[in-house]
Ligand binder design. Structure first.
Ligand code: 3PG
Length: 210
């Protein structure tokens, strides 16, 4: 099963911001115990690469993506750290081309027909759609799925336990992403049982549709 299939099976890709690398493995274990075996560790903190390294080595059941990857240099660092896939908020052709060439699954952010067409030319069929709640949400993705037959989206931005249902039930949604399962505050406070509980609730919702 490839990375995008794993994301589809999970249905939810938690967007994780880790301030202290020691919190990475407990966060991954909490998600796993709640039935979520994919996570996106964002390059928004200095702890990101160490966090990726430790989850990759200590949690073999977890598929680890690197998120908020803004440059090719960052992308290469993430892959060297063991990241299984790359997520970017926007579409950087240089990064996407390198990933495709090196067979690294990549999820670039595309919200317009022009961006989608440019990424499709490089072979991309699944797109991050961010910020989903600002760029028209489900309605916009449904409209885009018309002409772009077979493309799928991973919306993030404003997705949470309350609206997961409506997103995950749409055929053009591969998975959803979001920070609601493990907020920065909960991770820093060590609220790993709460994280496991939220993951369990989310995976129960996903199971109704997968
Ligand atoms: C992202 O990077 O995808 C978003 O920051 C996640 O958005 P959320 O915090 O609204 O879930």
């Amino acid at each position: 099963m490839d990375a995008m299939e794993r994301c589809a099976r999970s249905g939810v890709v938690p967007v994780v911001v880790i301030e202290n690398a020691k919190d990475a493995v407990p966060t991954a274990k909490a998600l796993l115990s709640g039935g979520i075996d994919v996570m996106e560790i964002t390059m928004r903190t200095g702890a990101a690469l160490d966090s990726i390294r430790s989850v990759v080595s200590e949690c073999p059941d977890m598929l680890v993506g690197a998120g908020t990857v803004l440059t090719l240099a960052q992308c290469k660092d993430c892959v060297a750290a063991g990241a299984n896939f790359i997520v970017a908020p926007g579409f950087d052709p240089e990064t996407v081309e390198w990933c495709v060439k090196n067979e690294i699954p990549v999820l670039p952010g595309c919200v317009t027909p022009t961006e989608i067409m440019a990424a499709m030319r490089l072979g991309i069929k699944t797109f991050k759609f961010f910020p989903a709640n600002v760029y028209g949400g489900l309605k916009a993705m449904k409209a885009l799925a018309g002409p772009f037959v077979g493309v799928q989206f991973v919306p993030t931005g404003g997705v949470n336990g309350e609206n997961l249902n409506e997103y995950i039930s749409a055929p053009f949604i591969r998975a959803v992403g979001g920070s609601w399962l493990c907020t920065k505050a909960d991770i820093s406070a060590g609220n790993f049982e709460k994280i496991a509980g939220l993951a369990k609730e989310a995976s129960a919702i996903v199971k109704q549709y997968r």
